[in-house]
Write a protein that binds this ligand. Structure first.
Ligand code: SF4
Ligand code: SF4
Ligand code: SF4
Ligand code: FES
Length: 961
């Protein structure tokens, strides 16, 4: 479509339930109660000039450009700050207000550089538009603009520039940073004519508290805050609405292009997950899609020590088909399999699992959700009957208590974190359960009522203690339990959880959380009104990940915090399509819609649709694939969009498994770490190059729309379809991903009503979408649980086998940071390295001092599985005895030291608890030296590693150098 300009109603719509009837310029207008006159006028198509107002933020009333006359009222009130009233008669174009507006504009323009023709915002500038709208013809005060002529342009941020001379001090940016983003990084510094916008303590943007969300840039009416791509390349000429390919928030974006060049990505205001907000990754870090490291031609080699040679698609696909069939002939049908990715679309995931089940003839398909949220699927299905979060994001607007467990939303789910912070600023109480003092605990204008800074590995003991308080103090919701829950399982669980062994006093010392804090947090959760749980990988990536998910579900059921707005149990999914990857049947034991492969009726349905017999035996999980490879029974692996050689635990074991296989096919954007073990590399397509859908953490299915053609010629779904054909399976002929979605809908009850047409009409659809809920289901379990009665599973705490001791006295836990994403394949190829160009080890100042470690020192981090080196950063966000790092950089190899322990139910690795030791060292570990040498040796055109951005040197973490 041509460039999409979204309407700006000037101020947010009124929240009142009633509508108000008024007259504006003779027109009868209906507007929601509480709306401003400016908003009501826009609803009726009447444009009142404005500058300081935009509907993203609250009215402010500073520019006086929007003045109007109202019958029966004195003066000329600002229409942006005057609410509508019944019977009101408003005049927006009287000579009096027109003159006033021209005077205001004269003053603005007299102090603004007159370089419109060469300005990057020429044609997209509200100041310019307003000057025209008010009919400005002369400026009596000259154009000297002396006040604003001497300030340097701040280009420190890699993505946007700040040109103070063009600022009209409307303060939209300041208010957006406060109200929309919740970072409070900007202020108006100085007074009157000398006032200027300042970042933090008058710092440049890069060094300030700014998190580069782009909200200020979006609302700036002039070119003062402007994307560098716009400055360099000019304005875009077409828009494609699509969905961010980074995290599970699933923000809707306008990809804005000039021809086939993406110029910028701006958050879509109609986006139902993000409502026009974004974070630095989705908004700015899309440059990886056209990075020179992108591989655009299929590559082949006989042995992984051979150099790659380029091949045609036909040759490469035929080669893969031949090799996989040879392997199956030699080692058996179950000797090959595939790994799907949460980064791929639903349609790509669906066809890949279909390829495995129908064309490979086994169920050896697994997904990267195995290593993140598989316990969510298991736990929530057991308790409620559905493997998904219960709420939509907007539900948080009605939460009174927010319990964040093992999640760091401001870094990993930033746009949802902004909504959460807003609700907390409005008065909701926050409880954080996390070993680290995450930003939410004491952020700007946000503070946790309780921070339960537990020892890693004690989640289940803590959740049981909270439930113990609820049950023993009579805080449970008896009506809810009686009506909605399974009585027998409740009675059993009640007897278990009220046992004194689960009391706060009994577990406090082991958990590291005072009993009084546990009791107060439990009372707040149970008594504080609508209480909602949001959790992340700090819950699931434990040996008791599934137990903890069920523990949270028990607590929510016991207090009646399910089945309405403001409550629920909500996994914050890490990658963009974790929910979708699980929904699409990419686990080895389940078809799409979480139906077990051993279910004869379901298998018969799928078998008839796919015209092939299907295996009733669950296939191999990812770790079992490596085990089987080492044993010699698993020989061929197709890996789509996943970098298992960096993201999976116990990397030495992973490497041994991969090295033991005879044919590994990697289908990805870049030559990843996993590609080092591959025999075939099939180039992938970025989210900008294909059609499809992603399903976010709130079960919202949103469209991914092709903005440009695939750089390598094919999207992943097309590669899979071609491979099926080459394998002699002909039931995968689709001409467009919409046909794949139609098949998903035909075969998956919870998706029965989903189609591209419906998504296009509604903007997005949250499953279940069925005949009973044709427009989808924002909040689940309203009248009953999907499984009927809610089930209380017993959640006995079983300590992890990973213990600290004299050799490994510290506990390592891992996580993410805002600017990087997962294993960093994408974000490391963007200017986001300006914020984080290496993983660092955070440790408590006391632990650092004991070991003689200072900030920036190289330290070894050793567990019983391996050793790596990285730089240290003393941080009082850590508790003594606990250290923390990220896993965004391959040269760090954080997963070299994580262990083989995993969740008892799902094999999700225990990333969050590894016993380690930390020592000051002089050089890199042997592993890293070898890896760095390998990376150096690779060099040249096919280097899989980081292309360092020039801005990287500007700032790297907070380390002194
Ligand atoms: S930077 Fe832009 S939004 Fe901020 S005060 Fe200046 S003109 Fe307004
Ligand atoms: S980019 Fe976001 S965080 Fe930074 S100043 Fe602007 S609104 Fe604030
Ligand atoms: S919050 Fe997540 S989905 Fe939204 S822009 Fe950021 S990375 Fe993308
Ligand atoms: S838009 Fe109303 S005072 Fe600025």
């Amino acid at each position: 479509m041509p460039i999409l300009k979204e309407l700006d109603y000037g101020t947010p719509a009124g929240a009142g339930p009633a509508t108000v009837l008024l007259r504006i310029d003779g027109r009868e207008i209906e507007a929601p109660e509480g709306s401003s006159i400016l908003h009501a006028a826009k609803l009726a198509g009447v444009d009142i000039p404005k500058l300081c107002a935009t509907d993203r933020i609250k009215e402010f009333g500073s520019c006086r450009l929007c003045v109007v006359e109202i019958d029966g009222r004195k003066g000329t009130p600002a229409s942006c700050t005057t609410p509508v009233a019944p019977g009101m008669i408003v005049r927006t174009q009287t000579e009096r207000v027109r003159k006033l507006r021209r005077n205001v504009m004269e003053l603005y323009i007299s102090d603004h550089p007159l370089d419109c023709l060469t300005c990057s915002a020429n044609g997209d500038c509200e100041l310019q538009d307003m000057a025209a709208a008010v009919g400005l013809r002369e400026v009596r005060y000259g154009f000297d603009g002396a006040r604003h002529r001497s300030h340097p342009i701040d280009v420190s941020n890699p993505y946007f520039a700040f040109e103070p001379d063009k600022c009209i001090v409307c303060s939209r940016c300041v208010r957006a940073c406060e109200e929309v983003q919740g970072t409070f990084a900007l202020t108006v510094d100085g007074r009157g004519l000398n006032s200027l916008i300042a970042a933090s303590q008058n710092q440049d943007f890069l060094d300030s508290e700014c998190v580069s969300c782009g909200a200020c840039v979006d609302v700036c009416p002039t070119a003062t805050l402007n994307e560098k791509t716009i400055v360099q390349r000019g304005l875009p000429d077409r828009t494609v609405i699509t969905t961010c390919a980074y995290c599970g928030v699933g923000c809707s974006f306008k990809a804005e292009l000039q021809g086939d060049q993406v110029i910028r990505m701006t958050p879509h205001r109609d986006g139902q997950a993000n409502h026009g907000h974004s974070c630095v990754k989705g908004r700015f870090a899309w440059g990886y899609a056209s990075h020179p490291d992108r591989i655009k031609t299929p590559l082949l080699r006989e042995k992984i020590t051979d150099p790659w040679r380029e091949a045609t698609w036909d040759e490469a696909i035929a080669h893969v088909a031949q090799r996989f069939r040879e392997i199956q002939t030699k080692y058996g049908r179950a000797s090959v399999g595939a790994i799907t990715s949460s980064r791929c679309t639903n349609e790509e995931t669906f066809v890949l699992q279909k390829l495995v089940r129908a064309a490979f003839g086994n169920n050896n398909v697994d997904t990267c959700a195995r290593v993140c949220h598989s316990p969510t699927g298991y736990g929530l299905k057991t308790a409620f009957g559905t493997s998904a979060g219960t709420q939509d994001f907007d539900s948080i607007r009605e939460s009174d208590v927010i319990l964040v467990i093992g999640a760091n939303p401001t870094d990993a789910h930033p746009v949802f974190a902004s909504a959460m912070k807003k609700r907390i600023r409005e008065g909701a109480k926050l409880i954080v359960i996390d070993p680290r003092r995450i930003d939410l605990v004491d952020g700007p204008h946000v503070a946790a009522a309780h921070h339960l800074q537990l020892r890693p590995g004690t989640n289940v003991a803590v959740i049981n203690a909270l439930a113990h308080v609820v049950l023993t103090e009579g805080l449970e919701n008896r009506d809810f339990i009686a009506q909605r829950c399974d009585a027998e399982s409740f009675a059993r669980w009640r007897a278990f959880v009220t046992d004194p062994a689960n009391s706060p006093e009994a577990v406090a010392e082991m958990c590291g959380v005072p009993a009084t804090t546990l009791r107060e947090a439990a009372r707040l959760y149970a008594n504080g009104g609508n209480a909602a749980i949001y959790y992340g990988l700090g819950v699931t990536e434990h040996s008791q990940g599934s137990t903890m998910v069920m523990g949270m579900a028990n607590l929510a059921m016991a207090t009646g915090n399910l089945g309405r707005n403001g409550v629920g149990v909500n996994p914050l999914r890490g990658q963009n399509n974790v929910q979708g990857a699980c929904d699409m049947g990419s686990f080895p034991h389940e078809f799409s819609g979480y139906r077990h492969v051993s279910d004869d009726a379901v298998r018969a349905l799928m078998s008839a649709a796919w015209s092939v017999p299907l295996d009733a035996e669950p296939g191999l999980r990812i770790p079992n694939m490596f085990d089987a490879a080492i044993e010699g029974t698993f020989k061929g692996l197709f890996v789509q969009g996943e970098d298992i050689a960096q993201s999976d635990p116990d990397l030495k074991h992973v490497a041994a498994g991969l090295s033991a296989m005879e044919c590994i096919v990697v289908n990805d954007l870049f030559l990843t770490e996993t590609a080092r073990y591959a025999h075939v590399f099939l180039p992938g397509a970025s989210f900008l190059e294909k059609d499809g859908t992603f399903t976010n953490a709130e079960r919202r299915i949103s469209r991914v729309r092709k903005a440009i053609e695939p750089l390598a010629g094919l999207a992943e779904w097309q590669v899979t379809v071609k491979l099926a054909e080459a394998l002699g399976y002909h039931e995968m002929r689709y001409s467009h991903p919409s046909e794949i979605m139609d098949e998903i809908a035909r075969l998956t009850p919870t998706f029965a009503g989903v189609s591209y047409q419906k998504i296009d009409e509604l903007g997005s659809v949250q499953w279940p979408c069925t005949a009973a809920a044709p427009e989808g289901t924002p909040v689940m379990h309203i009248n009953g649980f999907a499984r009927g009665k809610g089930y209380f599973a017993l959640t006995a705490f079983v300590p992890t086998e990973e213990h600290t001791g004299p050799r490994f006295p510290l506990l390592l836990t891992t996580g993410r940071i805002l600017s990087q994403y997962n294993v960093g394949q994408q974000t490391r190829r963007t200017a986001n390295v300006a914020w984080h160009d290496e993983d660092v080890l955070e440790l408590h100042p006391h632990d650092a001092e004991q070991r003689g470690i200072r900030d920036g020192d190289l330290v070894s981090l050793t567990s019983r599985t391996g050793s790596i080196t990285l730089r240290a950063l003393a941080s009082d966000r850590m508790q003594p005895g606990v250290v923390y790092t990220t896993f965004h950089h391959p040269e760090t190899g954080a997963n070299v030291i994580t262990t083989e322990f995993s969740d008892w139910a799902t094999s999700c690795p225990e990333y969050k608890v590894t016993a380690v030791n930390v020592r000051l060292v002089k050089g890199r570990s042997e592993w890293q030296e070898r890896r760095l040498q390998e990376l150096d040796a690779l060099g040249g055109g096919l280097t899989p590693d980081v292309a360092r951005h020039p801005d990287a040197a500007a700032k790297s973490a907070d380390l002194p150098r």
